[in-house]
Design a protein around this ligand. Structure first.
Ligand code: GLA
Length: 380
């Protein structure tokens, strides 16, 4: 990938570029908890975005996306949003750096990625984090990693229409090889956990489907949670986020909120507890409990939060049938991957059966990604 980028870069912009990279992510457990102030448990993966970048002495940004074979250009002196969608992630990063008092000088860049698009592995966070990290470094802005993660998140909110939480950009910036990170999305305290479950593997099965309107459905889930939290807050003013609420407090407001908001909130409150249970289980080396919690999360995401789809449900059900330790939809949902915790000796037969039966049922292939927990944003 590096050579491909470099040869395009030199042909378009000459020598003298600097390489940066940032990663996609997985999440062991803690889904749709980040914007509710709860815990998440992600790690960066060995798939991401790589870019070669060089200041060009103008107020223009000139970009080439290798995977799309497309060129884009915008001016830092004007407010016009780029017409194509993909340059908006980079445009947004520039604007969000400036909003925070940082400098962005015009630059040329060529980039490529190997994090599959629409698979729930946060290709967009990888793109944002790669450029946020690079532009911070090249312009000597001295912003810390949290600020860079926030810049990516605000880019999603303000230029891409997704009111996401902080998990993806956090993982993409803070990732470390071999370590998962437990983040408290309310206090922003985090802790690295070495993750090397002996006798088990983590594998992702990509349904290769991405259902339309996922972004607006995501934003609607967030609104439901905020309405439920606001209702609970009337009785319990200490509830800043939904994750602060006890289950019985939700029951108290059942008649005051739409039924749909109630079941969404029911999922979130359960999920916040499951992350803590998984951490305890990991401390004991009890991967069977970790796996059981993953199934419970899948059930909640499918039946209560309703962000699953037939393809994901099929794969999680098959995993259960084959005695796989844990399986669930990962990320925002509406397609993308299941994450599976599989005993070594079951791995081959599970992956083979999943591939065969999935194809038979849905008429197209799934993809298999072995998870390697890797470093986050960096200069190469
Ligand atoms: C997407 C968002 C994250 C998070 C997950 C669900 O990946 O970008 O902020 O909310 O969905 O856990």
């Amino acid at each position: 990938m590096k050579e491909k980028i470099h040869s395009k870069f030199t042909s378009l912009f000459g020598e003298g570029g600097v390489f940066y990279a940032a990663a996609g992510r997985i999440n062991l457990i803690g889904e749709h908890t980040d914007y509710n102030g709860g815990y998440v448990f992600p790690g960066a993966i060995d798939k991401g975005i790589m870019a070669e970048i060089k200041p060009n002495g103008t107020d223009k940004v000139r970009l080439f996306a290798i995977d799309r074979d497309e060129f884009a250009e915008f001016s830092l002196a004007e407010d016009a949003l780029p017409g194509q969608h993909w340059p908006r992630y980079i445009y947004g990063v520039c604007r969000e750096i400036e909003k925070r008092g940082g400098k962005v000088a015009g630059f040329d860049a060529v980039f490529a990625g190997d994090v599959p698009l629409g698979a729930g592995l946060s290709s967009s966070a990888a793109l944002e984090s790669c450029f946020a990290y690079a532009l911070n470094d090249l312009n000597g802005n001295g912003m810390d990693l949290f600020t860079l993660a926030r810049i990516g998140q605000s880019t999603e909110h303000n230029y891409c229409g997704v009111k996401c939480g902080i998990m993806d950009q956090f993982a993409s910036c803070f990732g470390k090889a071999g370590q998962l990170i437990r983040l408290n999305c309310k206090t922003l305290e985090y802790q690295y956990f070495p993750f090397n479950p002996e006798g088990y593997k983590l594998v992702l099965l990509d349904t290769c489907v991405k259902h339309l309107l996922a972004d607006s459905a995501y934003n609607k889930r967030r609104e439901s949670c905020e309405r439920a939290a606001a209702a609970i807050r009337e009785n319990h003013p200490e509830v800043e986020f939904l994750s602060d609420a006890k289950r019985v407090w939700l029951d108290e407001v059942r008649d005051r909120i739409p039924e749909e908001d109630f079941i969404r909130a029911e999922y979130v409150i359960g999920e916040v507890q499951r992350v803590l249970d998984v951490c305890d289980a990991l401390d004991r080396g009890d991967y069977e409990t970790v796996g059981e919690m993953m199934y419970q999360t899948h059930f909640g995401l499918s039946r209560l939060y309703e962000v699953s789809c037939p393809e994901l449900d099929f794969l999680a059900r098959l995993a259960r049938k084959m005695d796989v330790t844990g399986s669930r939809v990962m990320g925002g949902g509406f397609g993308g991957c299941t994450i599976n915790l599989v005993k070594d000796e079951l791995y081959d037969s599970f992956v083979a059966a999943a591939a065969e039966q999935y194809k038979e049922k849905f008429g197209h292939e799934l993809k298999v990604y072995d998870v390697v927990i890797s470093d986050g944003a960096r200069k190469l």
